[in-house]
Design a protein around this ligand. Sequence first.
Ligand SMILES: Cc1cc2nc3c(=O)[nH]c(=O)nc-3n(C[C@H](O)[C@H](O)[C@H](O)COP(=O)(O)OP(=O)(O)OC[C@H]3O[C@@H](n4cnc5c(N)ncnc54)[C@H](O)[C@@H]3O)c2cc1C
Length: 500
Amino acid sequence: MDLVFNKLLEHATRLREYLKASAEKISLGEGIERLRRLYKVATSDEEREVLDWHLANLEFSNAGCLSDLSLAHWDQDDQYEMGGDHCFLAGGNSRLVHALCDGVPVLYEKTVKQIEHGEDGVSITVEGDQVFKADMALCTVPLGVLKSRSIMFEPELPERKLEAIQRLGFGLLNKVAMVFPHVFWDEEIDTFGCVNKERSKRGEFFLFYSYHTVSGGPVLIALVAGEAALEFEKVDPAVALHRVLGILKGIYGPKGVTVPDPIQSCCTSWGSDPLCAGSYSHIRVGSSGADYDILAESVNDQLFFAGEATNRAYPATMHGALLSGLREASKILCASENRVNSDYKKYALQKSIRPVDGVLDDLFMEPDLECGRFSFVFSFITPEEQQAPGLVRITLEKHLFPPSKKRKVKGKKNDQEPAAEKIDQQVFHLYATVSQEQATELMASEDDKSRIAFLCKDLGAKLMGYDSTCNVVSSLISGILRARKARKRLEGSKNFKLPL
Ligand SMILES: Cc1cc2nc3c(=O)[nH]c(=O)nc-3n(C[C@H](O)[C@H](O)[C@H](O)COP(=O)(O)OP(=O)(O)OC[C@H]3O[C@@H](n4cnc5c(N)ncnc54)[C@H](O)[C@@H]3O)c2cc1C
């Protein structure tokens, strides 16, 4: 029957070549059934059951019912298949995951509810309303979760991405894991299977994996694929376990082997688990490999996507998920480099229009007005321009190192005091914008303290340091410089006397 099954698949490939575009609308299941009837194969009940076992195995590898898989594209990734044997990892695949996240901070129990993305970056809200903010985010939730719309994207994801999410299939595969008191099955084999009489149940415990050589204990895992995987989640786990044991007894009982009760067991229900809503992706009728690429597309170089369902060449696999993560890491690196470059350009632009260093010191060497700690420069050309904007500078002392107890340590006193004296008194300046009229009002205030209060409270001025002033009011500084030059020219022309 192996041969018949393989021939049917070969003919299915020819059928889609013959059908061309029409193959897009046909499922693999329908194609195989048409061919089976055409070639009149697997006609007896026994042959039919064995063929159904092979079909269940195909449903297992695609995590989906054959009636859902696209005849045209279901195997589009075959060309990328890697060579080499399939093997189990001693200690389980989680060893790889643990090694990969060694030293990486991972926060568990944070279920994402909302992802907001925009000019201010990305805000991710998890259950309990905790918010995480970042410049960029990588979304690696399974396709099933994206399909369930349990995460709200704000703004919504692009339409073409939403359509691809809908088109691609996310199927189901379940497992029953059992730990027995001892190995009662053939120790030499890794897998064994059983055929089902009912077609709709062909995937129910059709394959058993023996893990006793790699898990450190007598572990058996029964697989549930296809339609049976969906039904499986509706059944009480105790009932499901009873059924598996019935099958094992049916296989080993006639061989005179007693099947013991398992010490521990676990039934998966990945379809109803809101954190996966299925097991892995496949190409459904109406979909194609291009949908994997669309799922991988990032949004505004800010929201990135990885995971098995974003890898066209290696979907439905752990290595596909891993490779997609590396791909996105490189995209994120490029995007952040671009971002740094554009920030640098912006900064460079600012720097080019930013006044040259020392310009404020030069301007305030000859203030237009002075009063206590306050000095003023204006952009007027003639003093009548009362509304002409200008800058006020307030000179303050900075007590950097107030005498500390440490300095009074015996024997060190003399070494430290002269230096402390030198740096104790330093001046610094704060700047704000004011008009000439406002400056006149400030000058009328009683003292510097009331001037500062008037400036900040009544005039609502924002005090700035040297750098901020140069960045924020660079055009005003240029205006003041131009006005000063113009005034000097005017004064020069007034003083100019024709020699008699
Ligand atoms: C039964 C079975 C057998 C398989 N056998 C093989 C095999 O032999 N070889 C192979 O290569 N591959 C196999 N696979 C497929 C492989 O396991 C997957 O392709 C792979 O794990 C996908 O990785 P991922 O990172 O895309 O998604 P996942 O591993 O599913 O990671 C997604 C993560 O997102 C989390 N998440 C979901 N929603 C949220 C949310 N709202 N907030 C926060 N976190 C969230 C989930 O908890 C999960 O940790 C098998 C899969 C199954 C189910």
